[in-house]
Design a protein around this ligand. Structure first.
Ligand SMILES: NC(=O)c1ccc[n+]([C@@H]2O[C@H](COP(=O)([O-])OP(=O)(O)OC[C@H]3O[C@@H](n4cnc5c(N)ncnc54)[C@H](O)[C@@H]3O)[C@@H](O)[C@H]2O)c1
Ligand SMILES: [Zn+2]
Length: 688
């Protein structure tokens, strides 16, 4: 793979993980893995400045902005922090700072693992609470933050400025987290992977009553404003405690590298006894004058750095291994462990990923194994303590038939997992598909839960998703513990699901490798179920985010007779099989036809096509005399280029194209900035 390709791949992956982490609050990889990918991208970009991009995840703050809340601009930007897992790099940071501003004081603090918040106080009253958002503007979550008991609504004491901001972290203590997940498990709802995601997800709840029940906490660590009482961080924070804010007691002024190291060494161990999650230590320059001299980049201040702790490990015995069969037939080995304390919770189970990994790590029953918590809910086994291996242990034997239906397992090309191919008769696959279908992000049939689906299935009422639409209330009330009220709820939510837009219907089918995002791209690219079904492999890979693997998943799905019957029944039930025509944003491009070709840096091809349609234009696939403009990115096909030149069709760059619609396209403004700007800084007082 070429360097530019790798850079692009990393940017796509990181943007994707950012969305999962900040918006969906459901990360798929650990922070350590994320930071490693980011580091790789940073290094490639540093070595190849010609590929710099102002929108790269290396220069932008990962955004949590959603459409559900009012967006508010920050008075001072809310930045991220540079981070490192290496003490050497931390020492280099300290030396660099002192080289620039001379000997200075550092404040060491815990790095609370929650979600950042900025609180504004106007004459001593909480007036606004805003998330970090993209660093420039964030979501207004004031109503939710008001329900958090440790956030003072009215200040006490004296000496606070008339108007100031105080920033900190909204946290979910382990006790609240455990209770919340236990409740969600009982209700058949998806679990939060960790307290950070739970805190961030809770803060974005639409109902403040729900937020109030979830037991959030808030610790403040930064003042920002023009008339702060002191000109150092430490003193202001101590003062803010008198005003009623919760300020951590676990911070220290350090005047040497040795003192910083001592603080870190202490907390790396002692943090496991804290009632809330932390993921590192933040080292900050204390005096504001020094901070101003050091400044910041577009993404992070140059006067602070986060030293991140490696994931905690625990050593325990591997008792047995269960094999779970998922809705796609994929078999996942799950380890049962002797219970052990890890990162604030008791761990009894861990994932083993696949057969290859078990063999590679040579994991055996009865071994003492290392477990670690990453970004996922279930911890994973990362190694074996061979010194403690029992003399009579034997290599692990992986199963060869489905643990549920006994069908011999198969392996698909390029896949590490084994699959049970018995799609139509293997129970966990049948149930898993229906449960996936009714999920909130799919058809959102919230009257039904996992248990009810199982009940309907066991009583022969539902075998597949289409059966749901044939259900009658009388059939439901005939089941144990099902009253008329619940039957009516179920019927109502099934009826309502017929209004769910096409992209989610496509996602709900549970086609292998077609996740929520891919389904959206497919829907906007093809426009209808029939068009997706008719598409050839070549046509499928033209859609954004669809590679050969995904394309094959789609082709396999529609090649199956049973699936095609299901689709026809769903069609008859009245589900949405067509993408809705988007409302026009302007008629700037009315009557004009476009061909998009090549690769683009700021928009995907499908986004550009969507923009064209949103502004009244038409997309054509091939270059012909009917085409008014070609929008060309990198690597436009030479044949197309030649033909366009011959026909005299104007060729636009992405930027020139955006200029055509710039008047009504707010997003376009961000593309004008070639260089990341240095954020505004408060004139006096603090900055962050
Ligand atoms: N696993 C994933 O898929 C995934 C995706 C995106 C980001 N991430 C993780 O998130 C990190 C980036 O997130 P980020 O930009 O929020 O940076 P960060 O969490 O590493 O550091 C900045 C944040 O630290 C918080 N913080 C906690 N205690 C603090 C204190 N005492 N002083 C100052 N700030 C404090 C603030 O909220 C601040 O916004 C990555 O390094 C990665 O580990 C993970
Ligand atoms: Zn099976």
């Amino acid at each position: 793979m070429g360097i530019l390709e790798r850079i692009r791949e990393l940017r796509t992956q990181l943007n994707d993980h950012n969305r999962k982490y900040y918006v969906e609050n459901a990360p798929e990889i650990s922070d350590f893995e994320f930071d490693r990918l980011l580091r790789e991208l940073q290094e490639l970009e540093a070595a190849h400045p010609e590929y710099a991009d102002p929108n790269s995840p290396t220069v932008r703050v990962g955004s949590d902005i959603t459409s559900e809340f009012r967006s508010v601009r920050h008075r001072f930007p809310m930045l991220s922090l540079g981070n490192t897992y290496s003490l050497d790099e931390l020492h280099e940071f300290i030396e660099r700072v002192e080289k620039e501003v001379g000997e200075t004081e550092f404040v060491c603090e815990l790095k609370f693992d929650g979600t950042a918040i900025s609180l504004t106080y106007d004459h001593g009253r909480l007036s606004q609470a805003v998330t970090r958002g993209d660093g420039t503007a964030g979501d207004d979550v004031t109503a939710n933050v008001r329900t958090i008991r440790s956030v003072p609504l009215v200040l006490s004491g004296e000496g606070y400025p008339d108007l100031f901001e105080i920033r900190g972290e909204i946290l979910m203590p382990y006790a609240s987290f455990d209770r919340l997940n236990a409740e969600r498990e009982a209700a058949g709802e998806p679990l939060f992977a960790n307290p950070r995601n739970a805190a961030a997800g809770t803060l974005k709840q639409l109902s403040s009553a729900v937020v109030a029940r979830r037991g959030l906490d808030c610790t403040l660590y930064q003042l920002a404003g023009d008339d702060l009482p002191y000109d150092s961080h430490w003193e202001n924070l101590q003062k803010a405690r008198e005003w009623g804010f919760k300020i951590s007691n676990e911070m220290r002024i350090c005047r040497s590298i040795a003192q910083v190291d001592e603080f870190i060494a202490h907390w790396d161990e002692a943090r496991s006894r804290l009632p809330f999650p932390t993921d590192g230590v933040v080292v900050k320059v204390n005096r504001y004058a020094d901070r101003r001299a050091l400044g910041s980049t577009a993404k992070a201040p140059r006067w602070a750095v986060a030293y991140k702790f490696k994931a905690e490990q625990a050593l325990t015995e591997l008792l047995s291994v269960d094999f779970q069969v998922g809705r796609t037939g994929a078999v996942t080995p799950v380890a049962n462990l002797a219970p052990v304390q890890l990162a604030g919770t008791t761990v009894k189970r861990a994932t083993l990923h696949n057969a290859e990994q078990i063999a590679q790590l040579d994991i055996r029953l009865g071994d003492r194994v290392y477990v670690e918590k990453g970004g996922e809910i279930i911890p994973k086994i990362t190694g074996v303590d061979f010194a403690q291996r029992k003399a009579d242990s034997r290599p692990f034997e992986y199963i060869t038939v489905c643990p549920v239906c006994g069908t011999p397992l198969v392996r698909y090309e390029g896949e590490a997992k084994y699959y049970c191919p018995n799609q139509n008769h293997c129970e966990p696959q049948i149930l898993g598909r229906i449960i996936h279908f009714i999920r909130r992000k799919a058809m959102d049939i919230d009257g039904l839960g996992e248990e009810t689906v199982e009940l309907l299935y066991r009583n022969g009422l539902v075998h597949d998703a289409a059966d749901l639409y044939d259900l009658r209330a009388g059939q439901i009330t005939s089941l144990p513990r099902m009253g008329e009220k619940s039957a009516e709820n179920i019927m109502e939510s099934i009826r309502r699901s017929k209004l769910v837009p096409f992209p989610r219907v496509l996602f709900a089918l549970g086609i292998r490798f077609v996740g929520e995002t891919t389904a959206k791209y497919l829907a906007s690219h093809f426009g209808s179920m029939d068009a997706v079904m008719r598409a050839t492999r070549e046509e499928l890979v033209e859609a954004e985010e669809v590679g050969p693997k995904v394309a094959d998943g789609i082709l396999d799905y529609f090649a199956d007779e049973g699936n095609r019957t299901l689709i026809e029944r769903l069609r008859r039930a009245g589900l949405k099989f067509e993408a809705e025509a988007p409302r026009l944003r302007s008629d700037a491009l009315t009557g004009k036809s476009f061909v998009i070709s090549g690769k683009f840096s700021t928009h995907s091809r499908d986004e550009l096509k969507e923009l064209i349609e949103l502004h009244g234009g038409r997309n054509l696939a091939a270059v012909s005399a009917n085409v008014d403009y070609i929008v060309a990115g990198e690597n436009m096909g030479p044949a197309k280029l030649k033909k366009a030149e011959k026909l005299g069709i104007p060729i636009l760059t992405e930027k020139e194209f955006l200029a055509l619609i710039a008047d009504d396209e707010p997003a376009a403004a961000t593309f004008a900035a070639e260089e990341p700007e240095t954020p505004a800084q408060p004139t006096q007082g603090a900055l962050f």
